[in-house]
Design a protein around this ligand. Structure first.
Ligand code: NDP
Length: 448
């Protein structure tokens, strides 16, 4: 583990003591703290004024009961969460995740990361995250609708376009955002478009929002490649997951001349050396809500049940599924197989041990999720801008804005890493650049 400044160690110990049993949250805090030693050496005031301590304590945490009735008439019970982490730069902004693994520690890790990611975009958005342990898999549309309505019946009182603006994440796509927005509108009697992002194109949504996280991930990697005079042309790419982020990452890789040879879901992975047939994946995942194994069966590709997708040799690896999906063994395999870039489309997909392997490898460059996947939330902020001005922008214009935001984030990571003595470290650059922006705003606003 990287050695932390002594005073950061005591703040970290306090975080552990105040938030017992929240392993993912601890991991996310530790990851940021590991970059902050040179910052507090230059600016001890961030510790003296307890900005760092305050940053680790959410402004507000909401936990609520979500009862709903299934198609058989049985009452089901889930737990809902919204962690409003930091509003120094703007309204709380961050997605909702519906997945059985969701508990407070997951929501807090995501909310904490979101603060720095949102700051990196340069747009006026604070950090928050929410969700539920509800599993939409195997549920009918009517069940998902009743769940979303019950969830929003409690959450609406905490939201508002100037207060807290949720969006999608794992298990929450266009269908869920539609049901959530409908219930918000009904309860409040307000057509407040800017209260949720990821809306449908015909009713306040932004073009490019669906594609934004995946496209943005690949734009970021394209900048990494350009920085060394390279390009996607002819590169073999592995993308884990087959959800929203993964699908649009694949689409952009193919547009830029690379070939994606493997994708996955939680049951296993497919290898298709000819290049993933994206129309088929979209049909299976977005239309039929099927499994990745169906792709192998229909396309005549190889399906490996369980196993590690990172065993598939590639030049570029894009983990786009979930947290801690890429461990130390996988990292060693990627390095051994000659992978030159690992860029995180998902939030915290690499374990700390895997990141250590990447950092020590001289042949590979690593970029963290809070920089790489920031295109999703950035485009959500562009959706808010369009809603506020009652306007809608063209696909081309919005896509250009996204590409230019990703270029700026890339450049600011490298410039900040240089400034703080960690040249070439995208992790240090992202953590420090995001931190400084939020910390300065917090200091300006006094002890709140
Ligand atoms: P989706 O629900 O659309 O897709 C998630 C994908 O990951 C599915 O293919 C899912 O498979 C797979 N997956 C989930 N858990 C596992 C696992 N344990 N092992 C292997 N595969 C798994 O979610 P998104 O694409 O929206 O999100 C993916 C990641 O990107 C998350 O970390 C999210 O926080 C992050 N992110 C998303 C943004 C967005 O705009 N959507 C923005 C920024 C970050 P299965 O269907 O079998 O569960």
């Amino acid at each position: 583990m990287t050695v932390l400044d002594d005073r950061l160690v005591s703040v970290y110990d306090e975080v552990l003591a105040r938030n017992p049993g929240e392993a993912e949250f601890h991991q996310a805090v530790r990851e940021v703290f590991e970059s902050l030693t040179p910052v507090v050496a230059k600016h001890p005031e961030y510790l003296d004024s307890a900005v760092i301590q305050r940053l680790c304590e959410p402004e507000r945490q909401i936990i609520f009961r979500v009862p709903w009735t299934d198609d058989k008439g049985q009452v089901q019970l889930n737990r809902g969460f919204r962690v409003e982490f930091n509003s120094a730069l703007g309204p709380y902004k961050g997605g909702l995740r519906f997945h059985p693994s969701v508990y407070l520690g997951i929501v807090k890790f995501l909310g904490f990361e979101q603060i720095f990611k949102n700051a990196l975009t340069g747009l006026p958005i604070g950090g928050g995250k929410g969700g539920s342990d509800f599993d939409p898999k195997g549920r009918s549309d009517a069940e998902v609708m009743r769940f979303c309505q019950s969830f929003m019946t409690e959450l609406y009182r905490h939201l508002g376009e100037y207060t807290d603006v949720p969006a999608g994440d794992i298990g929450v796509g266009g269908r869920e955002i539609g049901y959530l927005f409908g219930q918000y509108k009904r309860i409040t009697n307000r057509y407040e478009s800017g209260v949720l992002t990821g809306k449908g194109i015909g009713w306040g949504g932004s073009l490019v929002r669906t594609e934004a996280t995946g496209y943005g991930t690949v734009y970021f990697v394209d900048e990494m490649l350009k920085a060394t005079g390279d390009s996607f042309e002819g590169k073999k790419v592995v993308v884990s997951g087959s959800g929203n982020v993964a699908i649009y990452a694949v689409e952009k890789v193919h547009q830029l001349g690379g070939t994606v040879v493997a994708m996955s879901d939680s049951s296993g992975y497919v290898v298709d050396e000819k290049g993933i047939d994206l129309d088929l994946i979209k049909d299976i995942k977005e239309v039929r809500r099927g499994r990745i194994a169906d792709y192998a069966a229909e396309r005549g590709a190889t399906f490996v049940q369980g196993g590690s997708i990172w065993d598939v040799p590639c030049d570029i690896a894009l983990p786009c599924a979930t947290q801690n999906e890429l461990d130390e063994n996988a990292a060693v395999t990627l390095v051994k197989n000659g992978c030159i870039i690992v860029a995180e489309g998902a939030n915290m997909p690499s374990t700390p041990e895997a990141i250590r392997v990447f950092v020590e490898a001289s042949t590979l460059r690593f970029a963290p999720g809070k920089a790489v996947n920031a295109g999703g939330v950035a485009t959500s902020a562009l959706e808010m801008q369009q809603n506020a001005s009652r306007d809608s922008w063209s696909f081309e214009y919005t896509d250009q804005r996204l590409a230019s935001i990703m270029r700026d984030i890339h450049d600011s990571c490298l410039a900040t890493a240089d400034e703080f003595g960690a040249p070439g470290s995208y992790t240090s650059g992202a953590n420090i650049a995001g931190f400084i922006r939020v910390a300065n705003a917090m200091q300006a606003m006094g002890v709140i």
